[in-house]
Ligand binder design. Structure first.
Ligand SMILES: Cc1cc2nc3c(=O)[nH]c(=O)nc-3n(C[C@H](O)[C@H](O)[C@H](O)COP(=O)(O)OP(=O)(O)OC[C@H]3O[C@@H](n4cnc5c(N)ncnc54)[C@H](O)[C@@H]3O)c2cc1C
Ligand code: SF4
Length: 477
């Protein structure tokens, strides 16, 4: 611990944002980072707790007090080495992780957690700026080959670890660019895509081969992978979206959030409209937009709709409004249920809770959405009599989560057993599926989750594959 009294002398102060009016003019990131002195002060607030709850709260078990200390000591390079020892891509999590570590921080008991995520982000951003992040080419090759199916954070982490262990790794990706939901789900204003491109270059220099626009199960068969590789890692995500089963849902302007978000990210990448939206442009410009679903995907639709110039944006959530503040005695150090207001919400949107959608209104296309308020009685949801209302709507975006991985193609051909939730069955010790030499990780194994969990599973799965191929593994778990 750098400064024993830091947490007593210095208040928590997090990164700030450009004003909404400014940031709504573009799709770039808009976080204003701390300067070095500010960061040193924030790092000095860490108490180096006997039991570092932050470390346990972090899914990749980042050694948070250690790098807080190193930043306080101005030893940024060692801080980066330490951070990379548990997380392949801290620039992803430093931008978009909900930071369960901060919820778990001892100082969160008094609502003043250490600004762990900002410090993480600053360490890795500095590493890139200084040129400290270089390819780690393995000293010798093992002669074994691994196919990784899916290039989201789970597949990327698995591929990087396996390449560093000396295996020949090929990543198959059905999209035209790598990155999974980081590339085509999460908007640029949350995470610009240069961060993925830089890592891809690093990984290629380490020996990873990326094969984009190749869908395993369609473009190439799963059997050909089994024939040509010693092991296969399934990291294809949980792409099957939850649909809306109400009258009128078939009208043309009821659309999936992912179609909307993907198109905008492709435009941001410089694709022309034909490449970005081959089945026709989907834009919120001038429209009354209703987003159904109160999670991250819904929030990203809100931010994107506002940037496109929507006439109004309303976000609906079926669950009741959570409390503004959690009861720390009941929740800490766990992730609390409380109202979360994202930067996209701050940019302007109506939020409605405890609302059930009944019918999409419109003849040839959407003109409105009929809803009713709901309440919970004895744990059961019931409609509130007389509370029906109609929202004006020209575009309805469905952001109600994902039910699991797509079954057609890849999983049908692989013939792997599924768990009761429809995800690929595999445990978190050996990450093995029911098919020999086939492993699974990330959202494809655990269901819809977070980037940080995908990185953890990718890393752990890589170790399991290495162990299976070589008998032993020096990769960290
Ligand atoms: C809109 C949105 C916003 C989100 N925001 C956040 C956030 O702010 N913070 C956070 O932590 N998490 C967020 N998440 C969740 C997070 O993105 C996922 O949990 C994470 O990306 C899962 O990583 P993954 O590698 O398992 O799968 P994915 O990222 O889904 O990647 C899977 C990849 O596999 C490819 N693939 C699938 N099948 C095949 C095949 N047969 N052949 C070849 N390739 C295939 C897919 O094209 C895809 O590129 C968000 C999710 C969405 C949808
Ligand atoms: S819980 Fe908070 S104060 Fe304690 S070691 Fe972790 S970051 Fe530092």
């Amino acid at each position: 611990m750098g400064k024993a009294t830091g947490f007593l002398e210095i208040d928590r102060k997090d990164r700030t944002y450009d004003a909404p009016a400014e940031r709504l003019k573009h799709y770039r990131e808009f976080v204003i980072p701390h300067d070095d002195a500010g960061l040193k002060g924030q790092a000095s607030r860490c108490m180096n707790c006997g039991i570092p709850y932050c470390h346990n709260g972090c899914p990749v078990n980042n050694q948070i007090p250690d790098w807080n200390h190193l930043v306080y000591e101005n030893d940024w390079r060692d801080a980066l080495t330490n951070l990379h020892s548990t997380n392949n891509f801290p620039e992803f999590t430093g931008r978009i992780c909900p930071a369960p570590c901060e919820a778990a921080c001892t100082l969160n008991i008094v609502d003043q957690p250490v600004t762990i995520k900002s410090i993480e982000c600053a360490i890795v951003d500095r590493g890139w700026k200084e040129g400290w992040i270089e390819p780690q080419v393995p000293a010798k090759k093992t002669g074994k080959s691994v196919a990784v199916v899916g290039s989201g954070p789970a597949g990327m982490a698995a591929a990087q670890q396996l390449a560093r262990a000396g295996h020949s790794v090929t990543v198959f990706e059905k999209n035209d660019r790598i990155g999974g939901l980081l590339r085509y789900g999460i908007p640029d204003f949350k995470m610009e895509k240069t961060h993925i491109n830089r890592r891809a270059m690093q990984m290629e220099a380490e020996g990873v081969q990326f094969r984009t626009s190749v869908e395993v199960g369609v473009t190439v068969s799963f059997a050909s992978l089994q024939e040509n590789f010693d092991a296969v890692v399934l990291s294809g995500g949980a792409e099957d979206p939850r649909g809306l089963n109400i009258p009128g849902a078939e009208l043309p302007s009821v659309r999936m959030a992912m179609e909307f978000l993907t198109q905008q990210n492709k435009r941001n990448a410089g694709d022309d409209e034909l490449r970005a939206a081959p089945r026709g442009s989907l834009l919120a410009t001038g429209k009354h937009v209703v987003v159904i679903g109160g999670g991250d995907t819904g929030s990203d639709c809100v931010g994107t709709s506002n940037r496109q110039g929507a006439a109004s944006v309303t976000q609906l959530e079926i669950m009741p409004k959570p409390p503004e503040k959690e009861d720390k005695a009941l929740s800490w150090p766990n992730w609390p249920l409380k109202l979360r207001t994202s930067s996209s919400h701050e940019e302007g949107c109506e939020r409605e809770f405890a609302v059930l959608t009944k019918r999409v209104v419109g003849e040839n296309d959407v003109t409105g959405l009929e809803c009713v308020r709901v309440e919970w009685v004895d744990g059961k949801m019931q409609e509130v009599a007389g509370s029906e209302f109609v929202l004006k709507a020209d575009l309805i975006l469905l952001a109600m989560g994902f039910v699991g991985p797509r079954k057609q193609g890849l999983l049908e051909q692989a013939g792997v057993e599924l768990d009761p939730r429809g995800n690929v069955k595999g445990n978190v010790v050996d990450y093995k599926t029911s098919v020999e030499n086939v492993f699974a990780c990330g959202d494809m194994r655990r269901g819809q989750s977070l980037v940080v969990w995908a990185i953890r599973e990718g890393r752990q799965c890589a170790r399991a594959v290495d162990e299976a191929l070589m008998g032993v593994s020096e990769l960290p778990r």
